[in-house]
Design a protein around this ligand. Structure first.
Ligand SMILES: Cc1cc2nc3c(=O)[nH]c(=O)nc-3n(C[C@H](O)[C@H](O)[C@H](O)COP(=O)(O)OP(=O)(O)OC[C@H]3O[C@@H](n4cnc5c(N)ncnc54)[C@H](O)[C@@H]3O)c2cc1C
Length: 425
């Protein structure tokens, strides 16, 4: 089995195939798995890069049937049954699992590609952290620059990513940078959260959204609902209605589309370029191929599609491994049934919302503790779990954040998804 992508979907498919001793080769452009839900904490100096990444080969030390190939997949030769890799020999397959995730969608907004900071890879998170901290260094050297928007941080998108980034950034400025930059008047620093809809957290209930808005407001975030971003420049953001906001930083949490490989496969694509799949996650016309996770458009059975969440990818990975094992045993196909385990978003210290099955809604400290526990459980590797736990405990009890390094990566690390040197390991 060839698996494109070492994300939540690919890793879980490989683990389940290993249990059946079925040969699998994972191909990823990075030699590590990235735990995307905690990328915003790397960007806001809460965690180290190595805390949210895990080397793929290390995950499968004890599985003789799972192999890894680092490389960028460019396409699939369906006739020869080979995955094509840039500058490398192709990987042959009997079965294929496409689990290449998503990429940022800037919706064609003027200047977004050049000036916005997306948050989709470890390279993105490191680049953003460097930029935020560099803004404070520049402001310290010349406080007049604050008037040009140097310390105004605009976050676009009021979904979980935007809310989490805005809350963490406000906390970083308030709790930590205010002590680092003693001579600066940080009341001039601003975090602005812009959302086109008239509410935050669209997948959550109205009451959870209202709670998130209240907490962000209390923490000094300027929440602008019903506001769109029209254009982005290096030092300015143009909002709907023509309002201009002086800001040197715009963080993009507004939209995603299928990973670009989806378009190179010659298969049917749905909304956001996602690969259309049958109800057992097979790609129509290719019974030996499956698409899972963010890159797949999976019907939810109610006329819509499943959300792009880690659990959808994890459960999809396990399902396709079972399908392949059943195929090899001469068994029949089974539909994929997604088990919704709920959704959570954290707004910052002791503030989160969680919506669980059976209508259970939590908010505040209890939701925050549940969020912390769940993320520790789903992190890969004991070392990462221990490190994240120690970092969080340190941050919580000392009101400090350790990894405030301005580390300029080599020039080619500007490319999204380019491996980041493990500078903080
Ligand atoms: C900032 C952020 C916060 C999030 N927070 C949450 C959350 O709190 N809860 C939640 O459930 N979900 C969250 N998500 C969504 C969740 O991370 C995704 O749904 C999940 O990662 C999807 O898993 P996947 O396996 O489909 O893809 P991914 O995890 O994205 O993995 C795709 C892999 O494919 C590789 N790849 C892509 N293209 C190629 C190519 N051409 N060649 C080789 N390799 C390739 C990539 O390097 C990557 O390793 C968040 C996402 C982001 C970006």
């Amino acid at each position: 089995v060839a698996i494109i992508g070492a994300g939540f979907g690919g890793i879980n498919a490989a683990r389940a195939l290993a249990d059946q001793a079925i040969d699998a080769t994972i191909i990823d452009r990075n030699n590590f798995h990235t735990f995307q839900p905690l990328l915003y904490q790397v960007a806001t100096a809460g965690l180290n890069t190595a805390d949210v990444a895990y080397v793929v080969r290390g995950i499968f030390h004890r599985d003789p049937t799972v192999h890894f190939r680092q490389g960028s997949v460019t396409g699939v030769d369906w006739t020869a049954k080979e995955v094509q890799i840039e500058g490398e020999d192709p990987v042959p397959f009997d079965y294929l699992v496409v689990a290449a995730g998503s990429s940022t969608n800037f919706f064609g907004i003027e200047g977004a590609e050049e000036h916005a900071f997306p948050l989709y890879s470890l390279a993105d998170a490191t680049k953003l952290r460097n930029h935020i901290l560099s803004c404070f260094e520049q402001a310290d050297a010349d406080p007049e620059l604050i008037k040009t928007g140097l310390l105004t941080f605009v976050v676009v998108g009021g979904g979980p990513t935007g809310v989490e980034v805005a809350g963490a950034l406000a906390e970083l400025v308030d709790m930590v940078l205010s002590k680092d930059y003693k001579m600066l008047d940080l009341s001039q620093a601003r975090v602005v959260l812009v959302e086109r809809a008239d509410r935050l957290l669209p997948p959550f209930a109205e009451s959870s959204a209202a709670y998130a808005g209240k907490i962000l407001d209390q923490r000094g975030v300027d929440v602008r609902l019903g506001t769109s971003v029209e254009a982005i420049m290096a030092d300015r953001v143009v909002l709907g209605g023509g309002e201009r906001l002086d800001a040197h930083t715009l963080i993009w949490g507004a939209g995603i589309q299928a990973g670009s490989i989806a378009g190179a496969l010659g298969v049917d694509q749905g909304r956001g370029g996602r690969i259309v799949v049958e109800n057992d996650l097979r790609i129509p016309g290719h019974p030996e191929a499956f698409a899972i996770g963010d890159i797949a458009e999976i019907a939810d059975g109610h006329g819509g599609h499943l959300p792009q969440l880690a659990q959808v990818a994890i459960q999809g990975g396990r399902h396709v491994a079972a399908e392949i094992a059943a195929d090899l045993d001469g068994g029949g196909r089974k539909e994929f049934h997604y088990l919704d385990k709920g959704t959570m978003a954290t707004i910052g210290r002791r503030a989160a919302v969680a919506e669980l099955p059976l209508g259970v809604k939590l908010r505040g400290s209890i939701a925050w503790l549940a969020w912390l526990a769940l993320h520790i459980v789903y992190l890969l590797g004991m070392r990462n779990r221990a490190s994240v736990l120690v970092n969080w405990a340190w941050n919580y009890f000392t009101w400090d954040r350790g990894p405030r390094l301005i580390f300029q990566p080599p020039p080619d690390a500007d490319e999204p998804d380019t491996p980041v040197p493990a500078e903080e390991v």
